[in-house]
Design a protein around this ligand. Structure first.
Ligand code: SOE
Length: 382
């Protein structure tokens, strides 16, 4: 297969900058994709740190202003892995410059921001994708296949939660590198945009559109010192968020996310109960899918714990031998592989910016309902 080069310009060098860089570097070792990602430039405000990152990951050059990066003729794709308040401006400028755009989740801090991003990439006609990486967990893809094959039958319930415990300390400041997720101005919201957004993206993919939500949120620590100002300031994010939802297919759902579930670090679980079968998945055991099929012979009926490591499981033929599992970083590699394959065939693999907007409409409705105390509908695009 003829391989074309695809020059990447990455903005941001935090946790997500690392996961994306690793994916670009690894993808061709495992997937026969028609593009070769070339790590052309990494952009970050601090040049020494950017250079250190470039040295570690093999970027050819650095930039300290994303505007210069976007203008470069030798860049094909802008990848936004910087904090949420930068997503819209960079994505719109990149699309206007004719670049492909990949963006970390959530797409916008609000649906209005995300809508402007969708308009920009669609007007420019450039490939685009949001890094909702959990869609690329082999067990979650298998769940999607089982649902699409109709094995669950009519769906009654969808249940998702994403539990963490890293912000319980009152002494933790808000804002600045590493802690911008606690600064509402930068992040847009707290766990609703950071964690529930993952649960919602997967849910829309697996179970279709959500029609209405009723939510509650709480900010347990009301004031924190701000890293950048040094002053104690009001906390504007939601520390915990829970909502009930009705899906278009008639199923009922509960969603919960918090950073105050002592002992839980990244417990993202989802369960779907259908008329004929149920599935259950847990990020902390991501290579397993729990499956219960009521059609099994009665004496042997029970929950199966399927070890998703066989070559006929999604993505697994690209990895090791049966029985040997893969992990979190592989989901990003799968996403890059699907993107490169898709664009070579003139398709734009999901989740596109439009899919990211659908999630932002739900998170907007969740936050609106938490304020109003009422059931809220979801915007029509969803
Ligand atoms: C927050 O701690 C976080 O890193 C999220 O921002 C990621 O999206 C999630 O995958 C893991 O948790």
């Amino acid at each position: 297969m003829e391989t074309k080069k695809l020059n990447i310009g990455l903005v941001g060098y935090g946790f997500m900058g690392r996961t994306h860089s690793n994916a670009y570097r690894s993808v061709r070792n495992f997937f026969d994709v028609p593009y070769e990602p070339v790590l052309k430039a990494v952009c970050a405000r601090n040049p020494e740190r950017a250079q250190a990152f470039a040295n570690t990951w093999g970027y050819e050059s650095i930039e300290s202003d994303w505007r210069s990066l976007v203008k470069r003729a030798d860049i094909d794709l802008i990848d936004i892995a910087s904090p949420n308040d930068t997503h819209a401006e960079i994505a719109i400028a990149a699309a206007d410059a004719g670049k492909m755009v990949l963006c970390e989740k959530p797409l916008g801090r609000t649906a209005a921001e995300a809508k402007a991003m969708v308009d920009a990439v669609e007007k420019a006609g450039v490939p685009n994708m949001v890094w909702y990486n959990y869609r690329r967990v082999p067990a979650v893809v298998l769940a999607k296949q089982l649902i699409d094959e109709g094995r669950l039958g009519r769906i009654f319930h969808y249940r998702a939660k994403f539990l963490q415990d890293w912000t319980i300390s009152q002494d933790l400041p808000q804002g600045g590198e590493g802690l911008w997720r606690l600064d509402a101005g930068v992040a847009g919201s707290g766990v609703t945009g950071d964690l529930l957004a993952h649960c919602i993206d997967t849910a829309l993919w697996l179970n279709g559109p959500i029609q209405r939500v009723t939510a509650m949120t709480e900010t347990f620590i009301k004031e924190r010192k701000h890293t950048l100002t040094g002053k104690v300031q009001k906390v504007g994010i939601d520390d915990a968020s829970a909502f009930l939802a009705r899906f278009g297919n008639g199923s009922l759902a509960t969603f919960e996310a918090t950073r105050y579930a002592r002992g839980h670090k990244a417990l993202y679980t989802l369960e779907i109960n259908g008329e004929n079968a149920s599935i259950l998945w847990d990020l902390e055991d991501l290579h397993r899918l729990q499956y219960f099929d009521h059609g099994d012979e009665g004496r042997l009926r029970g929950w199966r714990s399927i070890h998703i490591t066989d070559s006929d499981h999604p993505y697994m033929k690209h990895w090791w031998v049966p029985g040997l599992q893969i992990g979190y970083e592989h989901t990003f590699i799968h996403q890059v592989a699907d993107f490169l394959q898709g664009i070579s065939e003139g398709q734009n693999p999901s989740p596109t910016f439009r899919d990211g907007l659908a999630t932002d409409y739900v998170t907007d409705a969740v936050l609106k309902s938490a304020r109003s105390g009422e059931w809220e509908g979801i915007e029509p695009e969803n």
